[in-house]
Every structure is written in C-alpha cells, then in structure tokens.
Design a protein around this ligand. Structure first.
Ligand SMILES: Nc1nc2c(ncn2[C@@H]2O[C@H](COP(=O)(O)OP(=O)(O)OP(=O)(O)O)[C@@H](O)[C@H]2O)c(=O)[nH]1
Length: 237
C-alpha cells in the first residue's frame, strides 16, 4: 500500500473572474461530485486530487494534485501574488454566458506570469504581452475551462467552434466546456476526463522537469530582453 507521505505533489492554480465557477470546478475535479452552494472564495481554497500519472502504462504512478482555487475578487488583487510562487500548471476558467470573463483570461495569465511585479510587457519587442510566447518559455501546462455550458444554449449548439479565436487557440492548449454542477461532467472515459487527465500528466512532467533544474531560479535576472523567455521560465522552477 502507498503511504500518503510518500506520494509526490504537483500544484495547479485555478484562476478567473469572480463567480465564473472556479470553486464548483475545483470541487468537481477533487471529489467527482457537484457543489450546490459554494461560498465566495476569500484568498484561496485548496483541494487535493489523487491522480494516476500515465494510467494503464508501465510508468503509472500516483500523485497528489494540489488545486489552488484563487478568489477572483478584484479587492484581493494585491495580495494573491503569494499563491503564484510555486506552480506547475494553470487552469483558466471563464463563464460561457459572460464574454468579458473570457477576454479577462489574458489579464489573469499576465498577473500570474508577472507575479514579481516586473512588467513583462517591457521584455517583448513591441511592448505587448504575448501569452503564447511567455507560456511557451515557462513550459507551464495550461488548460482553459468554459463553465455554465448548461446556461448557454448558443454555445451548446456550436461546441465544435469553441476554440476559434480564443486564448486556448492562441496558446495551443486544450479547452473544455462543461456544466460544473453536473457530477457526470468528468465521468470516466469521456473526452473531457481524458483531456483533464492528460493535462495533469503534463503538470507532473513539468514538476519533475523543474526538480531536475534546481539552480535555474538563481539565473532569474541574468538575461536581457532577447532572452526574456528563459528568464520568465526560471521563475517557475
Ligand atoms: N448553472 C451553472 N451554475 C454554475 C456553474 N458553475 C458555477 N455555477 C454557479 O455560479 C456561482 C459561482 O460559482 P463559484 O464556483 O463560487 O465561482 P468562483 O469562480 O469560485 O467565484 P469566486 O469565489 O468569487 O472567485 C454559484 O452559484 C455556482 O453554483 C455551471 O457550470 N452551471
């Protein structure tokens, strides 16, 4: 039997605007059941999921995935940077009935990648934040989740068009649309369950890769703008 103390951990941040469904999603992932009355998250709510890395292969291994559900309220913007220090993956959540919450995902990504308060826009040639470039350089796995699919008739019909022009398409990441209040949304064997499991596998690979580079963080400030990618990468190892 595997002792809980011996199980390694990897950390995933779950971010997005207030009220988009992060707490419901976190609960669904961790407990495979829906949460009827989530409270308003102040600071951070942490849940843990046991994940089978590379399930069904000779490399299968059990990990803990720590899910850091970050309160989306604007009033906590200045303090939530403390949660951005050690991370191995990001889930960006938006509300399918609220277009603005999808547009704001760029800002969330920017806030996390800019956690030291250093404006990474200045590191790019044209002074704009390019999520693809900076995510690519950090090698941080990203998953985009659109919640409240049950409330969006239009989106339910056009599921296949979901990624066009979205941040998921821009960053080359997977996107899932679901009803977070339906306990069957990640039922075993469904496409969404497979996408989630693959995402967690990549998170674990990111964590294992980070451990192989223990001195990378000391190089953080060495490189100039041409090497901005490497610089940002070192912040997340
Ligand atoms: N119908 C429907 N309601 C949802 C869904 N996801 C979340 N909700 C509801 O939306 C409201 C907000 O959900 P939360 O999970 O608390 O949102 P949050 O993003 O954690 O919000 P903050 O804690 O303010 O950051 C709650 O009333 C949920 O029950 C969904 O997929 N479908």
């Amino acid at each position: 039997m595997v002792m809980a103390n011996n199980i390694e951990k990897a950390r995933v941040l779950i971010v997005g605007d207030s009220g988009v469904g992060k707490t419901c999603l976190t609960h669904l992932i961790a407990h495979s059941e829906s949460l009827t009355r989530p409270g308003w998250t102040v600071g951070c709510n942490i849940e843990v999921k046991l994940h089978e890395y590379k399930e069904g292969t000779p490399h299968q291994k059990t990990y803990f995935i720590e899910l850091f559900d970050i309160g989306g309220s604007l009033s906590h913007r200045n303090t939530r940077g403390v949660f951005y220090t050690t991370l191995h993956g990001i889930i960006l959540v938006h509300d399918l009935t609220n277009r603005k919450s999808q547009e704001n995902l760029r800002d969330w990504l920017f806030e996390i990648l800019n956690k030291d308060g250093k404006d990474i826009r200045n590191l790019s040639c044209d002074n704009t934040f390019d999520p693809e470039q900076f995510l690519g350089s950090t090698q941080l796995p990203l998953l985009v989740v659109g919640a409240k699919l049950d409330l969006s008739e239009e989106k339910r019909k056009s599921n296949q068009l979901q990624k066009i022009g979205s941040i998921a398409e821009h960053c080359g990441s997977e996107e899932i649309w679901l009803n977070c209040r339906d306990s069957r949304s990640f039922a075993a064997g469904t496409t969404d369950a497979v996408k989630l499991s693959r995402f967690f596998d990549r998170v674990i690979e990111k964590k294992n890769h980070s451990r192989e580079l223990p001195n990378a963080s000391s190089d953080r400030r060495k490189h100039a703008s041409a090497e901005a990618g490497n610089k940002i990468s070192s912040q997340f190892t």
